[in-house]
Design a protein around this ligand. Structure first.
Ligand code: PHE
Length: 340
């Protein structure tokens, strides 16, 4: 029995030493120390031995078991260390390799312009409202004092839905009406949004473009308030040294009406191709809210006055950044967009 033990020990030590990886080592452990392992079987068979033999064999067997368990534990640790080392060596990252370039995301220039316009008015106490792109004749025209025979209603200017009274809004002004239907004065809102005109696309026209509408209603709002707000806005947007002028104009929903021109940002007022030699660029329409618009939303025109304006976002972006073709904004050409 003792000889068997010695033989088991000899073989086991040898196998443990020889084991080159964890799996092989585990097999050795199972063969010797597992439930049906050689040593386990001897330990189990002790009960059947005469008392003297049982004691000495038992002692020896236990000593051997402890020794083998320790050896296996040590060897396991060694093998693990070795395999981690091998992995590290194989996976070594060469930190001196050059990286690959990737471009940073950014907002579209129109979105940037829209945000800049909005933040100026928000800082002046305006809140931001939105309205539907699909409108009815009432909101887009009638409530805005645009009579049925007005040329703006022509199919050539407006996209109508087939077999339907609805249309794609031609300006953001209908949202003035929505806002006034829902709120009572005093109010100060801006309305950024997309608008649609049935016209051919060229360097300065697009069938889809963006506006920011403005509306302020209260008792005693005057034209000088409008002038002050828009002057401040233009100076913040283009810089305090840019000249502007208010030129009489006509809109059905404002009276009096004006258009704001700024000094040409390209030639600084000297006259060039872009400003058609005038030195001035038309930038926005504005005026005092027409009493008929107040009547349409049940505001008392004797009590309230207000001003409204409509800013063309594309125009502002073009003159701020010196972009000479509106179509560039819609082509999603990265070479263009990455400059902003
Ligand atoms: N809605 C007008 C347009 O699209 C602009 C405007 C808005 C003019 C508000 C006056 C007041 O041309």
């Amino acid at each position: 029995m003792l000889e068997t033990l010695i033989e088991i020990g000899r073989q086991a030590r040898h196998s443990i030493e020889e084991a080159g990886d964890i799996e092989t080592l585990e097999k050795v452990r199972v063969t010797v120390l597992g439930r049906k392992g050689h040593l386990t079987e001897i330990l189990r068979g002790l009960a059947g031995l005469p008392i003297e033999q049982r004691k000495s064999t038992g002692e020896q067997a236990n000593v051997l078991r402890e020794e083998l368990e320790r050896m296996i534990a040590d060897k396991t640790a060694t093998l693990k260390r070795k395999s981690i080392g091998e992995k590290l060596a194989a996976d070594r990252i060469d930190t001196t390799l050059p990286g690959f370039p990737f471009s940073r995301g950014r907002f579209h220039p129109l979105r940037q312009t829209l945000e800049e316009i909005s933040s100026i008015f928000v800082s002046l106490g305006f809140s931001v409202a939105e309205g539907p792109e699909l409108e009815t004749d009432w909101y887009n025209f009638e409530a805005l004092n645009i009579p049925p025979d007005h040329p703006a209603r022509d199919n050539q200017d407006t996209f109508y839905l087939a077999g339907d009274k609805r249309l794609l809004r031609t300006h953001t002004s209908p949202v003035q009406v929505h806002v006034m239907e829902k709120q009572n004065p005093p109010l100060k809102v801006i309305v950024p949004g997309r608008v649609f005109r049935n016209e051919a696309t060229d360097a300065t026209h697009s069938a889809i473009f963006h506006q920011v509408e403005g509306l302020a209603v209260d008792e005693r709002i005057t034209f000088s308030y409008l002038k002050g707000i828009l002057t401040l806005f233009v100076h913040r947007f283009f810089g305090a040294n840019v000249d502007l002028r208010f030129r009489p104009s006509h809109f059905q929903f404002t009276e009096p009406s004006a258009e704001v021109d700024i000094q040409c940002t390209i030639c600084k007022g000297a006259g060039c191709r872009i400003c058609k030699g005038t030195g001035w660029l038309e930038m926005l329409g504005c005026g005092m809210v027409h009493p008929n618009v107040f009547k349409a939303v049940n505001y008392d025109p004797e009590k309230y006055t207000g001003f409204a304006f409509g800013i063309g976002v594309e125009r502002f972006a073009m003159f701020k950044y010196g972009v000479d073709d509106i179509r560039l904004f819609y082509e999603n050409n990265l070479k263009f967009l990455e400059q902003f």
